[in-house]
Design a protein around this ligand. Structure first.
Ligand SMILES: NC(=O)c1ccc[n+]([C@@H]2O[C@H](COP(=O)([O-])OP(=O)(O)OC[C@H]3O[C@@H](n4cnc5c(N)ncnc54)[C@H](O)[C@@H]3O)[C@@H](O)[C@H]2O)c1
Length: 356
């Protein structure tokens, strides 16, 4: 168990800590937000361990990234209103990053903010999305376009939930763990870079390390004024890729898009002589071991750049990216021109991406 701030409790099972939290805070009502999968696979374990939740209202959402949108937040606000939620209500987000982003956003805006906690159930949300307070939805086809930074009152982590998580989603979560290692901890990267994730992955040491690296950064810069921007490594390109693929019959998972983003942004780091060729090759080998790095098709490039320009880090036609400075180190607001970006995408397509 690790405590990283006053408002963040990380626990490794649905445990007395959650019960104690609920008892101490004496909330007027509980609203559990889940999707149909976490309702099926995770809700009963939660309620069994915390009988006080058996009278909670359940707000069940459709699963999937395409539901991280305003009409779903509207539905949550409506349900909270119909069931008389007040300022002393607690919202429990039981699910992956989609549920915690949606539920956190709905909670942070309902009556100007009610308490919420995250109980993450995917590797991605355990290792990343549930921690740090970023909430939000996609809007106008743009990833995370509308949102808030609001810290959950607590995060309760139970890796037993991973047992029912489909393999692809385990790999998806691993992308954020690789990112944390690359930007902050060379030893950690060396430890995980040869790891091929299998369906029983549940390594507490790796998970704890990733969370603690993120927590330290968030604690130093909760509102992303500076340092926290390094968490965007791989995401500036990754979000544009994810937006692009959202419209395709086979959308990419967030982690798959971030893995492509990391490959492209690693090439930019190499171009700027911030990492060596050897480091670059080691990182690409690590990404290829777990991720199917899809090509960005020529016909999609204009749309890709449109999404890219929507990114919050874009100013005056020069992009500001977080780029590596050696493995385990990263700096933010590194200026990248359109020509340099195009060169990186061309290199990615010709030398890194899968042929098919
Ligand atoms: N707020 C942040 O800091 C932050 C950070 C990284 C990513 N994100 C966001 O997180 C989202 C991706 O999160 P995700 O990968 O967790 O996706 P997700 O929430 O869509 O979950 C993935 C799938 O797994 C299912 N599922 C969840 N838990 C399960 C379990 N225990 N057993 C079986 N099935 C289960 C879900 O129903 C869903 O179908 C993206 O929208 C991304 O933008 C947010």
């Amino acid at each position: 168990m690790a405590e990283t701030s006053n408002t963040l409790v990380i626990d490794f099972k649905v445990s007395p800590k959650l019960k104690a939290f609920l008892k101490v805070n004496n909330y007027s009502a509980y609203f559990i937000i889940c999707d149909s999968n976490t309702l099926k696979y995770c809700l009963s374990e939660l309620v069994l361990n915390c009988p006080v939740l058996k009278n909670a209202e359940i707000i069940e959402l459709e699963p999937g990234e395409e539901n991280k949108e305003l009409s779903v937040v509207n539905h949550i606000w409506q349900t909270l209103t119909e069931f008389g939620a007040d300022k002393k209500s607690l919202i429990l987000n039981l699910g992956g990053g989609v549920v915690s982003d949606l539920g956190g956003f709905a909670a942070s805006t309902f009556k100007r903010g009610v308490d919420f906690i995250n109980i993450p159930t995917t590797l991605l949300s355990i290792a990343d999305a549930s921690v740090g307070g970023k909430t939000g939805i996609n809007f106008a086809g743009i990833k995370n376009h509308i949102g808030t930074i609001t810290q959950p009152k607590a995060v309760f982590i139970n890796t037993a939930f991973l047992k029912t998580l489909p393999y692809g989603h385990l790999v998806n979560g691993f992308a954020e763990i690789v990112k944390m290692a690359l930007i902050k901890d060379k030893t950690f990267f060396n430890q995980i870079c040869g790891l091929k994730i299998d369906s029983s992955f549940n390594d507490l040491n790796i998970i704890k390390r990733s969370i603690s690296l993120k927590s330290v950064i968030v604690k130093k810069d909760p509102n992303e004024k500076g340092l926290r921007k390094i968490l965007n490594f791989g995401h500036t390109v990754g979000h544009a890729i994810e937006s692009l693929f959202l419209k395709k019959p086979q959308p990419l998972l967030h982690g798959e898009a971030v893995a492509i983003g990391m490959a492209v942004e690693c090439y930019l780091s190499l171009l700027f002589k911030r990492i060596t060729k050897m480091e670059f090759e080691k990182i690409i080998a690590c990404l290829k071991l777990n991720f199917d790095l899809s090509k960005i098709e020529q016909k999609d490039l204009d749309t890709f750049y449109t999404y890219f320009k929507q990114d919050k880090k874009h100013k005056n036609d020069v992009y500001q990216l977080a780029l590596l400075k050696g493995i385990g180190n990263c700096s933010f607001d590194v200026k990248v021109t359109q020509a340099q970006l195009e060169k990186a995408i061309a290199y990615y397509n010709s030398a890194i991406a899968n042929a098919s």
